[in-house]
Design a protein around this ligand. Structure first.
Ligand code: PHE
Length: 339
């Protein structure tokens, strides 16, 4: 093995490295020349047969060639890899403006939408949110609200009983009692959630939602109540909707009234939704009965108050002109998408 042969190996290798078009190609060439049985390695092995005094010089030459080839390989590899990445990026270019296959992100249920809107309006009047259990003691759902056992007023709300002393709450008014028992007046609270009644037709659901409001302060009158509800209804429905207060009866308020809004479907002419009356009842209200304060151990007449309870689905029906309340729990996407 001579220097000439060594130079030949070197120039062959350099040529092969330059000729390689892919990094895999290049690597194969490296194996050919620098690998375990590559040309340069073979040259090293031949060193054994050289006369002793020639070995150092030859060894040095082989090492120089080896390191030159390694440097040449590294450079070639770098430039080929770069080319490969660049061409891959060009070929696999992603068009991020392309519409994706459509995925339905879902939407807030109209009942929640309406509830949240109502919170927003009442929050501006200083009301804050309270909740309560769905299964209530008879005491909170009825007795503390001045509805004693066997009182005919219990028939106003057909009740699902859980056992002798517990019911599925028939209204959100028990939230009033929890608040009066646990908090100190003055109070402005808004309660909400599911309520249950044995009732089902075009305008009634066995499970629906209510919004309860309660204000307790030092001097509260019927005009405060009317002003609050009128403001609230106008903010929610817009100024075009007609409302009316009808004298009514609830054991827990005195005096009491029912709040009606004009029917959006027939515009007051009379239809099946409004039962030919032109009006849709959204709930009840009144000044808190002193007996309720007595049950909850709140001093009266130092503290006085008003309360109201509205049906959320009813409000949604009026706002959006839905003609059957049973569409809300049916959860048909085609219906829900419209809000
Ligand atoms: N809880 C009553 C109902 O569900 C509504 C109401 C609430 C009436 C507050 C007066 C005051 O029918």
């Amino acid at each position: 093995m001579s220097q000439i042969q060594l130079n030949q190996i070197k120039s062959d290798a350099l040529k092969a490295f330059t000729a390689a078009v892919t990094s895999q190609d290049l690597y194969n060439q490296k194996v050919q020349f620098l690998g375990k049985s590559g040309a340069l390695t073979e040259a090293m092995k031949m060193m054994a047969s050289l006369p002793k005094e020639e070995k150092p010089a030859f060894g040095k030459m082989v090492n120089e060639v080896k390191s030159e080839l390694e440097t040449a390989y590294d450079q070639a590899e770098l430039s080929l890899k770069n080319q490969e990445i660049n061409s891959q990026m060009l070929n696999e270019k992603l068009d991020l403006t392309l519409p994706t296959s459509s995925r339905d992100p879902g939407k807030e249920h109209p009942v929640h939408k309406v509830t949240n809107e109502i919170f927003g309006i009442m929050a501006r009047l200083g009301y804050s949110l309270r909740t309560g259990p769905l299964i209530e003691k008879d005491y909170y759902n009825f007795e503390a609200l001045n509805i004693p056992p066997n009182h005919p007023a219990r028939d106003m709300q057909d009740t699902f009983f859980v056992d002798e002393t517990h019911v599925l709450r028939t209204h959100t008014s028990p939230i009033q009692i929890h608040s009066l028992e646990n908090e100190k007046p003055p109070l402005r609270i808004i309660g909400t959630g599911s309520v249950f009644r044995v009732d089902s037709d075009i305008s009634h659901l066995p499970n629906f939602h209510q919004i309860e409001g309660m204000c307790v302060d030092e001097k509260v009158s019927m005009s405060d109540l009317k002003g609050t509800i009128t403001f609230f209804v106008r903010e929610f429905f817009g100024p075009g909707l007609k409302t009316r207060f009808r004298p009514s009866f609830f054991p827990f308020t005195e005096p009491s009234a029912e709040v009606d809004c004009s029917c959006p479907i027939c515009k007051g002419k009379g239809c099946s939704l409004c039962k030919q009356t032109g009006w849709i009842e959204i709930g009840g209200c009144g000044l808190i009965n002193p007996k309720v304060f007595q049950f909850a151990k709140v001093e009266y007449p130092k503290w006085q108050g008003f309360a109201f309870g509205f049906g959320v689905e009813r409000m949604a029906i009026i706002k959006y002109g839905v003609d059957d309340i049973r569409l809300f729990p049916a959860n048909d996407v085609r219906f829900l998408k419209q809000f």
